[in-house]
Design a protein around this ligand. Structure first.
Ligand code: AMP
Ligand code: MG
Length: 412
C-alpha cells in the first residue's frame, strides 16, 4: 500500500478508505430470541401468517354493523353477546344488534365497527344507546395491518432491538440466524505503562486505554481478547502482533504510532502485513495506522487516552460494525446550539468533548465539557458527545449551531 508521510488526510477520506474494503465476516449461528438482542441479523425474516391474525377491537366497547348507522344522532342496539380477548363470540350478529367487545378481542365477521364504551349509555341490561356515533369501520384493527403473509419484515444486517424481538415473537419465531460475534484482540504498547495491581515506578502511569477499549468493544457485543501491556521491545511487539492476528478478526493497539516512535513498531507491521501510517487532520488523534495482518484488520491508535476514544468512534467502530454486517455504521450527527464560546483554530477537524442537553422548550444545546487536551480524561468522562467543528472553521460564538455526535448509548 502506498503511503505519503507528509500528506494529511481528512476524517471522511480515512473513513471512506477504511470502510470501502471491509466485508462482513463469514460465520453465522442460530440463537434463541433472548440471545438475539443487539446481534446482527444474518438472514431476511419473512412473515408466515398475517399479523394481527384476525380483525380485532382497538377499544373496549360495542361492535355492530356500520349499515345500522342512520341519520339519527343516537342509535339503540340489543346486546347479542360478548367477545373478550382470547374468547371470541361464535354466534351471529344481526342488524339492530351489538356485542360487548374488549380491546384485542376478535371482531366477528358479521360486524365492522366498534364504538368505545365512553360513547354509550345503557338504558337497560339488554341494550345500549350509542350517544356519539363513530365513523363506519372505526376502532377495528384489520387482520394483517402490521404484517402480511410473505412480507420480509426484518432484513439481513439489522441490529436487533427490543422492538425487533417483539416483532419476531408476534410471528412465533423462536430462533434467528445472526452473524457470529467478532473476535477482537487489543493491547497497549509502552514501557511507561503498568497494569492495575502493579506498583507505579518513577515516570510510570497506569494503562487506561485497555479499559476504554474494553468498554467501547463490549458495547458492540464483541468477543474480547485482552493481551495486556506490551513493552516497547521489538521481539515482544512482533510476537504480540503474530499471536493477535492468528486468533482475532481485528487487532487494536494504542500507542507507538506517532512520528518518531520506535521504528520497530512500523518495521514489524511492515514485515507482517500491509499497513498504512496516516496523518489525519483531526484533533485529537492525528496519527493512525490501519491495514491488514494476514486476514486480520489492524488498527494502531494513538496513545493519548482521549485520542483513543475519538479515533475509535470515527474509524474503528464503523469498521467493526461493517465487519458485523451492519448497514448503518457512521456516527449519528445532530445539530445543537452552543451555549458557550468554543475555541478553535482553523486547520484540523476538532472533536471537542461536549455536554449535550435539551432545554425545557425541547431545543438541543451543547456546552464545553472541560479542558480540551488529549491526555485529559476529566472532560472526556463528563462528556456525552463530541462537538464536531469542521477543519476550516475558527472559534464558534455563543448561539451558533454546531454538529454534535451523541455517544453510543445516549441515543440508542
Ligand atoms: P505514544 O503514542 O505511545 O507516544 O503515547 C502518547 C501518550 O499517550 C503518552 O503520554 C503515553 O504515555 C500515553 N499513553 C500511551 N498508551 C497509554 C495507555 N495505554 N494508557 C494511558 N496512557 C497511554
Ligand atoms: Mg509510547
Amino acid at each position: 500500500m502506498s503511503q505519503n508521510n507528509n500528506l494529511f488526510l481528512t476524517v471522511s477520506e480515512v473513513q471512506r478508505r477504511i470502510i470501502s474494503d471491509i466485508q462482513a465476516v463469514k460465520g453465522f449461528e442460530r440463537v434463541d430470541l433472548r440471545h438475539a438482542l443487539d446481534r446482527i441479523l444474518a438472514e431476511d425474516v419473512t412473515a408466515t401468517f398475517n399479523t394481527p391474525p384476525c380483525d380485532n377491537s382497538g377499544m373496549d366497547g360495542y361492535a355492530f354493523k356500520s349499515s345500522d348507522i342512520n341519520d339519527q344522532s343516537t342509535l339503540t342496539l340489543k346486546i347479542a353477546g360478548q367477545s373478550f380477548a382470547g374468547h371470541p363470540y361464535s354466534g351471529t350478529v344481526r342488524s339492530g344488534e351489538a356485542i360487548r367487545i374488549m380491546t384485542g378481542a376478535q371482531v366477528p365477521a358479521d360486524v365492522d365497527t366498534v364504538v368505545m364504551q365512553e360513547h354509550t349509555e345503557k338504558p337497560d341490561d339488554d341494550s345500549i344507546t350509542i350517544t356519539t356515533l363513530p365513523k363506519p369501520y372505526a376502532n377495528v384493527r384489520k387482520e394483517g395491518d402490521d404484517l402480511k403473509t410473505g412480507q420480509t419484515f426484518l432484513a439481513c444486517g439489522k441490529k436487533l432491538s427490543p422492538a425487533d424481538l417483539a416483532f419476531l415473537a408476534t410471528q412465533g419465531i423462536a430462533e434467528v440466524m445472526v452473524s457470529r460475534k467478532l473476535r477482537v484482540a487489543f493491547f497497549s504498547t509502552g514501557d511507561e505503562l503498568r497494569s492495575i495491581g502493579e506498583t507505579l515506578g518513577n515516570g510510570e502511569i497506569y494503562d487506561s486505554n485497555r479499559y476504554s477499549l474494553y468498554g467501547l468493544l463490549t458495547r458492540l457485543d464483541i468477543e474480547l481478547i485482552d493481551m495486556g501491556v506490551i513493552p516497547d521491545d521489538r521481539q515482544a511487539i512482533e510476537n504480540a502482533f503474530s499471536t493477535a492476528a492468528s486468533v482475532a478478526d481485528a487487532v487494536i493497539t494504542s500507542g507507538g504510532v506517532s512520528v518518531g516512535e520506535a521504528d520497530f513498531v512500523k518495521e514489524t507491521l511492515e514485515k507482517l502485513g500491509q499497513i498504512n501510517f496516516w496523518k489525519i487532520s483531526m484533533k485529537p488523534g492525528k496519527p493512525l495506522a490501519f491495514g491488514t495482518l494476514g486476514d486480520c484488520l489492524f488498527f494502531g491508535l494513538p496513545g493519548n487516552p482521549v485520542s483513543v476514544i475519538a479515533t475509535f468512534y470515527q474509524f474503528v467502530q464503523p469498521a467493526l460494525k461493517r465487519m458485523q454486517g451492519q448497514s448503518i455504521v457512521l456516527p449519528l450527527t445532530v445539530k445543537a446550539k452552543t451555549t458557550e464560546f468554543l475555541k478553535k483554530r482553523p486547520g484540523r477537524t476538532d472533536f471537542q468533548r461536549g455536554i449535550l442537553e435539551q432545554s425545557e422548550s425541547g431545543e438541543l444545546t451543547v456546552k464545553n465539557a472541560g479542558t480540551q487536551a488529549s491526555h485529559v480524561l476529566t472532560a472526556m468522562s463528563r462528556a456525552n458527545c463530541f462537538i464536531v467543528i469542521p477543519a476550516e472553521s475558527s472559534s464558534i460564538e455563543v448561539g451558533e449551531m454546531v454538529d454534535v455526535q451523541p455517544f453510543e448509548g445516549l441515543v440508542d
